[in-house]
Each structure stands twice: as C-alpha cells, then as structure tokens.
Write a protein that binds this ligand. Structure first.
Ligand code: ATP
Ligand code: MG
Length: 197
C-alpha cells in the first residue's frame, strides 16, 4: 500500500471514530459486569480500581467470597486512604457447607453494599464475586437491581463472577465475558502468588 492510500484509510477511520466520540456525550456512572469462566475478571476490576484511585476518587470493594484473605490486591490496596475494603464476614467459601451462616453473612455484606450505593462520595464500587450470592439464592436480585438503579448518577459499579443473573445483565451498561481458552492450572501449574492471588 502506498503512503497516500494509507493516509486516506486512516483519515476514514479517524472520521468514524470522531463521529462515535461526538455521539457518546452522556456523562454518568456505569454498571460493568465481568463474567465468564476465563481468568481475568477480578484482576480487571482491581485494575480499574487502581485507575479510579489514581484520579483521586473515593472507592470501595466488597469481596463476597472469602478465599484467601491476604491476596496481593488486598495487601496492596488496603491502606489506601481513599479506599474501603470489606470482606464478607463468616465468608462463603467452597469449604463451608453452612447455608444458614452463609445467608446471614451475605445479607450483612449486602447491607454494607446498600449503604455504599446510596453514598455519592463513592465514585467506584467493586462487588467481587457477588454473582454467587444470587446463584445460590443467598441474595435476591430485586433489591440489588433497585439499589443499583437508584444509586448516585456518577457512581460506577463493577460486579464480577463466573455467571451473572439475568436481571443484572438487563440493567448493565457494559458486559464482558472472559472466555477460558486455556489455563496453566489444567496444565499442572500450581496457583502462584502475584498471579492467582
Ligand atoms: P483473576 O482474579 O485471576 O482475575 P477471575 O476473577 O477471572 O481471576 P475467579 O473465578 O474469580 O476468576 O477465580 C478464582 C481463582 O481461580 C483466581 O485465583 C484465578 O486466578 C483462578 N482462575 C480463574 N480462572 C481460572 C480457570 N479457568 N482455571 C483455573 N483457575 C482459574
Ligand atoms: Mg474473581
């Protein structure tokens, strides 16, 4: 391709992009769902958290599944003055089989979440692995949808989890599915700090 054809093509591309930019003029917070079986949902949410904190915004994280407490992200972010980090009380894990206790903990975590969703000081809230609470019926979708709808206009929310309830998908602005194409774990590689947690 010669230089002038390349220039022409790039100009066309730029025109298309400029038009889209001009159209996307609304300023408001968004609801982002990160789902699917591949690796990259929570790490993407925490990447976005770093972005928001970098801009000086007040942020919060609620982890609905208590796996390892001392994850790298927790150790890194926990002392940040603009961030609140909550880990669900008793904490649902794959090892617990106490449904009653799980429900109690999920509801306690949700009441913290509800408070955050009413507080205009929070620019970004991450609900990590929240989708499991809906999947197992520990939380009902209606109050969550309602609270998300009523939240402050500029507030961004990210929810992660492998499967996402339909009512959440119906009101989301951005939905990304992380597809599992290959994972080192199945190739026999042990989960490692700094990569998995
Ligand atoms: P990450 O936190 O690495 O972004 P994730 O949030 O997308 O992962 P989860 O389902 O929350 O995925 O994963 C829980 C743990 O299992 C994490 O340590 C993650 O790195 C790892 N993991 C994620 N996807 C897979 C997979 N397909 N096979 C094996 N392990 C996985
Ligand atoms: Mg995750």
């Amino acid at each position: 391709m010669n230089d002038s054809r390349h220039r022409e093509r790039m100009q066309k591309k730029k025109d298309v992009v400029d038009e889209r930019i001009a159209k996307a003029s609304e300023e408001r917070g968004v609801l982002i769902l990160l789902k699917g079986n591949g690796k990259g949902k929570s790490s993407s949410a925490f990447g976005t958290l770093a972005r928001s904190l970098g801009h000086g915004y007040r942020c919060a994280v609620i982890q609905f599944i208590k796996g390892r407490r001392e994850t790298g992200e927790y150790l890194f972010f926990r002392d940040h003055p603009q961030l609140d980090w909550h880990i669900m009380g008793h904490g649902f894990t794959w090892e617990t089989q106490d449904r009653e206790k799980d429900i109690e903990a999920a509801q306690a975590a949700w009441s913290i979440a509800e408070g955050l969703l009413k507080d205009p000081n929070y620019q970004l809230i991450v609900f990590d692995e929240m989708s499991y609470m809906l999947k197992y019926g520990y939380l009902e979708p209606e109050p969550i949808v309602e609270a998300l709808r009523q939240r402050p206009h500029h507030q961004n929310v990210i929810i992660t989890g492998r499967t996402m309830a339909q009512p959440l998908q119906a009101i989301a602005d951005t939905i990304s599915t992380v597809q599992d194409e290959r994972h080192a774990f199945r190739g026999g590689v042990k989960a490692q700090p700094g990569i998995e947690f």
